[in-house]
Design a protein around this ligand. Structure first.
Ligand code: KIV
Length: 272
């Protein structure tokens, strides 16, 4: 069970680790704005990811690559303002940590300073290890992200399952151990075989958060718009719709249109 908003206990990266030790599953969703984040936080979500999936969900881009640090900062600020108890993690967008270690550190500091987020997330394994170490040494908590890393989509050539072959699976396992030793407080595992996610989860001290990685990870994350049935025509095998918000909104909008057209809105009690 998540920490209820009435508990008033702030979920920190330390609490995140404790939840793994206590065997408490971690429930995480994305959010990119004040209103949605407030609903999630009051509902008792453990953590919100201001994902670079904002590039798709908010900006309508085909990939996560175009979103900028400036845009992520605007989204994350709104989310942080709404959250009283959940952990807020902000994605480092594509290009903000690949150029140089100094540039990455500068961008990570900027995101923490200007958003008030609790932590950042970065995609990649051993290739970015020195950068991850430098950011952690600066006092910034880092969540790693392995498996299907959408910022590398042009290298992968598609959004299919990752690490099904032994070589890639072994690299992922080693990367997870390295990132855990480097002090990452969590590792996102996206679209990898459930057995591999289970093996990684058992091997690392930090919590693993799965998306399309089976039920043996320490927690789960989904893009909120997918989980709540707001994204049209996107239904990968791993996704479950927990609500039909598109249906609910469509009905509400149609009721509003009808009420305006037939002049039943506003009524006598809704005017001055
Ligand atoms: O950006 C995002 O939403 C993510 C999740 C899919 C893990 O990285």
């Amino acid at each position: 069970m998540g920490y209820l908003s009435t508990d008033k206990q702030k979920v920190t990266t330390k609490v995140f680790r404790e939840m793994k030790q206590l065997g408490q599953k971690i429930a995480m969703l994305t959010a990119y704005d004040f209103t949605t984040a407030g609903i999630l936080d009051r509902a008792g979500i453990d953590a919100i990811l201001v994902g670079d999936s904002s590039s798709n969900v908010m900006a309508g881009n085909a990939t996560t690559l175009p979103i900028t640090v400036d845009e992520m900062i605007v989204y994350a600020r709104g989310v942080v303002r709404a959250c009283n108890h959940c952990l807020v993690v902000c994605d480092m967008p594509f290009g903000s940590y690949q150029v140089s270690r100094e540039d990455a550190l500068r961008n990570a500091v900027r995101i923490m300073k200007e958003t008030g987020a609790d932590a950042i997330k970065m995609e990649g394994g051993s290739e970015i290890l020195p950068t991850v170490q430098a950011i952690i040494q600066a006092g910034i908590p880092v969540m790693a992200h392995l498996g299907l890393t959408p910022q590398s989509i042009h290298q992968f050539g598609g959004y299919g399952l990752r690490a099904k072959e032994t070589q890639e699976a072994e690299k992922l396992f080693k990367d997870a151990c390295l990132l855990d030793e480097a002090g990452c407080f969590g590792i996102t595992l996206e679209k990898v075989p459930a057995a591999l996610a289970q093996r990684v989860t058992a091997a690392v001290s930090c919590p693993t958060i799965g998306i399309g990685a089976g039920c043996d990870t320490d927690g789960q994350v989904l893009v909120y718009a997918d989980a709540l049935g707001m994204t049209h025509g996107f239904k990968p095998k791993f996704l479950r719709h927990f609500a039909d918000v598109e249906g609910c909104m469509t009905q509400g909008v149609q009721d509003y249109i009808q009420a305006v057209k037939n002049v039943s809105f506003p009524n006598d009690n809704e005017r001055y």
